[in-house]
Design a protein around this ligand. Structure first.
Ligand SMILES: CC(C)(COP(=O)(O)OP(=O)(O)OC[C@H]1O[C@@H](n2cnc3c(N)ncnc32)[C@H](O)[C@@H]1OP(=O)(O)O)[C@@H](O)C(=O)NCCC(=O)NCCS
Length: 172
């Protein structure tokens, strides 16, 4: 994907591009403060090697402020990871990353997006609700670190696109 520019809600220019090995120190710094069981650098490297995986980073200036990893599998997108630097949250960075996921899904003719989330992760659940995700199932005892179940969420790509366009019209 080409370097893509957008604006966060703080009015800064946000650049979104494919993740490279050079991004990993900054990615790992965010990953380690964002999750009870963070991904390892090796897992990110493995992901970057799969042709069906898409790993993107968002920058403002020289600072890596967020990233997203997803896989395109047949007509589905599996959202595997998304995180934003703790000091940069609530400024639309995850929204911008989700917009690129949605555009990729439409370009690749996928129909639905799925992911797992912890019931205790209120911020993530609020983000996903905003994009039209609904809980369609539960994986019992999914998270070994806390023993939590996982919520299985699904969203329709076309509906997600309409929700994003509507939100952008409202903010214009
Ligand atoms: C979840 C996460 C990626 C959201 O990133 P973000 O850049 O802050 O999200 P955005 O600014 O784009 O927020 C979009 C919307 O999501 C919802 N939202 C995001 N964070 C929220 C919070 N802490 N509380 C309530 N709603 C929240 C709001 O509806 C928000 O819109 P608004 O700001 O206009 O009200 C971020 O909190 C994070 O990195 N968390 C740790 C990692 C994680 O849990 N990842 C998800 C794994 S399932």
């Amino acid at each position: 994907m080409k370097n893509r520019r957008t604006a966060s809600s703080e009015g800064e220019t946000l650049r979104i591009r494919e993740m490279t090995l050079d991004d990993l120190p900054q990615v790992m710094a965010i990953e380690e403060v964002s999750f009870p069981t963070p991904w390892t650098a090796g897992l990110f490297i493995e992901e970057m090697g799969y042709p069906f995986c898409c790993d993107l980073v968002a920058y403002t200036g020289d600072a890596l402020v967020g990233y997203i990893s997803f896989a395109v599998i047949l007509d589905e997108i599996h959202l595997r990871n998304i995180a934003v630097h703790p000091r940069r949250r609530r400024s639309g960075i995850a929204t911008a990353l989700m917009r690129v996921l949605m555009e990729t899904g439409i370009r690749k003719r996928t129909k639905r997006v799925t992911m797992e989330a912890r019931p205790s992760n209120a911020a993530a659940l609020a983000l996903y609700k905003k994009f039209g995700f609904v809980v369609e199932g539960i994986r019992p005892d999914y998270y070994g670190d806390t023993g939590e179940d996982a919520l299985i969420l699904w969203a329709d790509i076309v509906k997600m696109s309409a929700i994003i366009s509507e939100a952008e019209r409202a903010n214009a």
